[in-house]
Design a protein around this ligand. Structure first.
Ligand code: NAI
Length: 462
C-alpha cells in the first residue's frame, strides 16, 4: 500500500489548491514545500507583498495629490520605509499561515523540505522516501536574467529583492516594461524614486491590446515614470552601492548608459525544475525548458502530472489555481477542465489594467468580423467623484452574433470589473445580455454595461 494517493511538489497557488481539492475529493494527500512558509512565490515574494506596497504607495499618492482637493488639509505623511516593509510582511504572514490552517483543516500533510522524484511512484524529501500513486509537479518559476547582468539582490535585483530594499532609492532603472517592471516601478516612483524603464520593444506590456497599452503608457508617463523604448540592455556594471546600465537603441544601434542606485531586472521568468530528478525519471521537457504535458496535464510518465508556471500558458497564479483544481479532479476520476480562452490578466498599478479574451489585434489577425463598444470613465459618475475618470472600457463582440469575444479595461477597480465579462464569456453571452443586465448606480461597473450598450444602439452617458 502506498503512503499517499497523491504527492504534490510545491505549495504555491497551483500546488496548494491542488492539494486542498484532492483532499476534499477523498484522496490521501501530501504537499512538499521547502520554504519556511506555504504559498510559494505568489504569497511570499510576489503577488501578495507587491499588493501591500502598491496599496501603501497609492495611499501616499492620494494624500499628496487628492486630499486637499477634498478639503483634507494638513501635513503630507512622510515615508517610514522600514515600517512599510513590516506592514508588507504582516500581510504575507497572515496569508501564508492561512494556508497552513487550510492544510490542517483538510488533512493535507506538509512534507517540509525540497522534494525529488526518485521513482515513478516515489518522492524523497530529505532522507525519507514516500510512496505514492500519483505525483503532481507544481514547482513554479524563477526570475530569468539577461546575459551580461548579474543579480546580487542588493543593487541589481529581481522582484524578490525589490520587495526587500534597505531604503527608498533615489534612482532606479527597470529593465523590461512587463507586469513586474511596471508594478514595482510605480511603487517606487510614488515613494519618490526617479524611475526609468528600459524596454526592448516599442510597446509596453507585450500582448496587451494596443490601444490600452498606449493609454496606459501615457498615464504612467504623466505620473512621472520615464520610458526608453526600443532599447536592448547590453550589460549592467555594478559596485556595492551603484550601477551603470548600458543599452543599445534598436533604431540606430547607438549605445548609451544610465546610472542607478538600484536596477530591477524584470525580463520574464523561467520554469523552476532544478533538482527534481526529472531527467532520471524520464519526464520529457520542451525546448524552452518547460515540462511537456497533454491536454489533461499528464507528462509522458504514467502517474506524473504537472501544472502552473512549469508548463505552457501564461505564468499567472489564477491559471495555476484552475489547473490545480482540474488536476485533482482528474486524479479523482472526474472530468477536470480549464477554459484557457477565459483567463483574465490584471496589472495592479493605479489605475488598474485588466483584460480577458481576444485583443483587437488578435481578431484582425484571425480575420474575424467584430464590433467595438467603448466607454470612457469620464462618463461614469462614481469614477469622476474620486478623480479616476481617466481610462476606458473596450468591449469586443462578434459583428454578426454579438457574442462577447474580449474586454479590455483601464481604470478604477478594473481587476474586479473584468469578472463580469469572464462570467458572460463562460456562458457564451452576447454584449446585449450584459447591456440588459441592471447595474447598481453609482458604481464603476456601470461603465461595463455602457461599453456593452456601445456594441448595440449606443451608450446613455456618452
Ligand atoms: P514580462 O514577460 O511580462 O515582461 C518582460 C519585458 O522585458 C518584455 O516587455 C520584454 O520585451 C522586455 N525585455 C526582455 N529583454 C530585454 C532587454 N534586454 N532589454 C530591455 N527589455 C527587455 O516579464 P515580467 O514582468 O518579468 O513578469 C514575469 C511573469 O510574471 C509574467 O508571466 C507575468 O505575467 C507574471 N506576473 C504577473 C503579475 C500579474 O498578473 N499582476 C505580476 C507579476 C508577475
Amino acid at each position: 500500500m502506498s503512503d499517499y494517493d497523491v504527492i504534490i511538489i510545491g505549495a504555491g497557488p497551483g500546488g496548494y489548491v491542488c492539494a486542498i481539492r484532492a483532499a476534499q475529493l477523498g484522496l490521501k494527500v501530501a504537499c512538499v514545500e521547502g520554504r519556511e512558509t506555504l504559498g510559494g512565490t505568489c504569497l511570499n515574494v510576489g503577488c501578495i507583498p507587491s499588493k501591500a506596497l502598491l496599496h501603501a504607495s497609492h495611499s501616499l499618492h492620494e494624500a499628496e495629490h487628492n486630499f486637499t482637493k477634498m478639503g483634507l488639509m494638513g501635513k503630507n505623511p512622510s515615508v517610514d520605509f522600514g515600517k512599510m516593509l513590516e506592514y508588507k510582511q504582516s500581510v504575507v504572514d497572515s496569508n501564508t499561515s492561512g494556508i497552513e490552517f487550510l492544510f490542517k483543516k483538510n488533512k493535507v500533510d506538509w512534507l517540509k523540505g525540497w522534494g525529488k522524484i526518485t521513482g515513478k511512484n516515489e518522492v524523497t524529501v530529505g532522507d525519507k522516501a514516500y510512496s505514492t500513486k500519483n505525483i503532481v509537479i507544481a514547482t513554479g518559476s524563477e526570475p530569468s536574467s539577461l546575459p551580461g547582468v548579474e543579480v546580487d539582490e542588493k543593487v541589481v535585483v529581481t522582484s524578490t529583492g525589490a520587495l526587500e530594499l534597505k531604503k527608498v532609492p533615489n534612482k532606479m532603472v527597470v529593465i523590461g516594461a512587463g507586469v513586474i517592471g511596471l508594478e514595482m516601478g510605480s511603487v517606487y516612483q510614488r515613494l519618490g524614486t526617479e524611475v526609468t524603464v528600459v524596454e526592448y520593444l516599442d510597446q509596453i506590456t507585450p500582448g496587451m491590446d494596443g490601444e490600452v497599452a498606449k493609454t496606459f503608457q501615457r498615464m504612467l508617463k504623466k505620473q512621472g515614470l520615464n520610458f526608453i523604448m526600443g532599447a536592448a540592455v547590453q550589460k549592467v556594471d555594478a559596485t556595492k552601492t551603484k550601477a551603470k546600465v548600458t543599452y543599445k537603441l534598436r533604431k540606430d544601434d547607438s549605445e548609451a548608459t544610465l546610472d542607478a542606485d538600484i536596477v530591477l531586472v524584470a525580463t520574464g521568468r523561467r520554469p523552476y525544475t532544478e533538482g527534481l530528478g526529472l531527467a532520471e525519471v524520464g519526464v520529457t521537457m520542451t525546448d524552452r525548458g518547460m515540462i511537456e504535458t497533454d491536454d489533461h496535464w499528464r507528462t509522458n510518465v504514467d502517474g506524473i502530472y504537472a501544472l502552473g508556471d512549469v508548463i505552457k500558458g501564461p505564468m499567472l497564479a489564477h491559471k495555476a489555481e484552475d489547473e490545480g483544481m482540474a488536476v485533482a479532479e482528474t486524479i479523482a476520476g472526474q472530468a477536470g477542465h480549464v477554459n484557457y480562452g477565459v483567463i483574465p490578466g490584471v496589472i495592479y498599478t493605479s489605475p488598474e489594467v485588466a483584460s480577458v479574451g481576444k485583443t483587437e489585434e488578435q481578431l484582425k489577425e484571425e480575420g474575424r468580423k467584430y464590433k467595438v463598444g467603448k466607454f470612457s470613465f469620464m462618463g461614469n459618475a462614481r469614477a469622476k467623484a474620486v478623480f479616476l475618470g481617466d481610462g476606458f472600457v473596450k468591449m469586443l463582440a462578434d459583428a454578426e452574433t454579438d457574442r462577447v469575444l474580449g474586454c479590455h479595461v483601464i481604470g478604477p477597480a478594473a481587476g474586479d470589473l473584468i469578472h463580469e465579462v469572464c462570467v458572460a464569456m463562460e456562458f457564451g453571452a452576447a454584449a446585449e445580455d450584459l447591456a440588459r443586465t441592471c447595474h447598481a448606480h453609482p458604481t464603476y461597473s456601470e461603465a461595463m454595461r455602457e461599453a456593452a450598450l456601445a456594441c448595440g444602439d449606443g451608450p446613455i452617458h456618452m
